[in-house]
Design a protein around this ligand. Sequence first.
Ligand code: PNW
Length: 476
Amino acid sequence: LTILGALADKKFPDTFRFGTAGASYQIEGGWNEDGRGVSIWDTFVHTPGHVKNNATGDVASDSYHKYKEDVAILADLGVKLYRFSIAWPRILPDGTPYKVNQAGIDYYLNLIKELQANGIEPVITLYHWDLPQHLEDLGGWLNPQIADYFGDYARVVYKALGPYVKYWVTINEPGTTCTCGYGQGIHAPGKSLVGDGIYTCAYNSIRAHAKAYRIYEEEFKKTQGGKVTLNIASSWYYPKDNSSSLDQLAADRTFEFNPGLYANPVFKGNWPQIVIDRVANRSKLEGYSFSRLPVFTQEEIDYINGTFDFFALNIYTSSIVEYTDEWPISQPTVWLDQGTITSVDPSWPVSESSWLTSDPPGVRYLLNYIQEKYNPGEIIITENGWSTVPGELTDTSRVAYLKGYLSNILDAIVDDGVNVTGYTLWSLLDNFEWAEGYTQRFGIISVDFDDANRTRTYKDSAKWYKRVVEARAIVD
Ligand code: PNW
């Protein structure tokens, strides 16, 4: 076991736990088994033209049947955390508490039991994008009542699984759902509402998160003692020219329009001021008598502010931001509201996903920035990972990426004093990568999707990660 020379003495502290992650629709399959209801992703993938090669998650990595094998792999890797999500329509087939599906609850109880028998702690996401279709028929994340539906769902899950769970994530990356699902239309439910739908979705997602947080706080925290937060994806944003205060302004603004849109209401109260001001201004110039950004009442601000027990961060990449003069008034869009020009450094290695390039120092900057700005007390990196082509077992580029990111996370912890307590690598298994189907693979474990058995095989990155977990240090 060789530990990288310069890092020989640097160990991840005892407070830090390694893990891996996945999400229900991406890995489970069993889409119509044992009483599971229909989700917006079932509807989306069963309509041709939405996903590469019209792939579906009907079977996916078949974790609905192979969860014991998956847990055995986790145990072999030596990890102590496993992040997974609950399929809302497995628990409540039409999304409402009118009918609770015990078979769905049992699946997750069995999974948790298996994890705990192997000394692995579950980190559970309540919502990772598989909304019950019935709730979409009512308007989905554009319907303000979604907060109440989500609260009722959360209560059912806390009640059934809460005694065994210490870490809850309410909603995974509302920013991605709102942008891709209700803005660009490339994710379910496939709506293109670039000027207003994204903000309405953001508004309701945050209200729904807060509802689920408050329900836990009031009804379960005392007896169950867990922690709850929402999950936020963020890149690190560099100003294009370090010495330009305008580029710095543009980089800050890009942060506020992306993770800030979701983090600020929860960690500080209300939307970021720059977002309020810019959307109001452009809305007015576009002829609206009100802002396209919904207004939180003071009561809502107070209810939402502070609904976190830790920061759950998904970090994959960085980008470079350049200032530009105000764009002319044309179509209302969030991108024109943001009004910056973003790019990447041509020297950053490119993954199999066009949006994902490797800039390891970015994670250290970002962790320090989040620590400073939001003072969350505790940070868990709930996703970080790299995509390669199908079937690649000698995944050198993934090892290089993970080595770079984990080294910088280690530096942030040891040298900068940022309290990162966990890391759940995305992802344990190759899985259904949303609109990209099975063309981009994020797993450290390869899955053969041509084989009915969905045979799992270790990639080099899994063997490497196992040695890192054992050494609690960055190894070669
Ligand atoms: C995540 N970004 O989304 C999702 O939570 C996963 O379900 C998904 O499989 C994974 O990333 C890989 O795509 C993200 O641009 C999408 O920084 C984009 C970004 C981050 C996360």
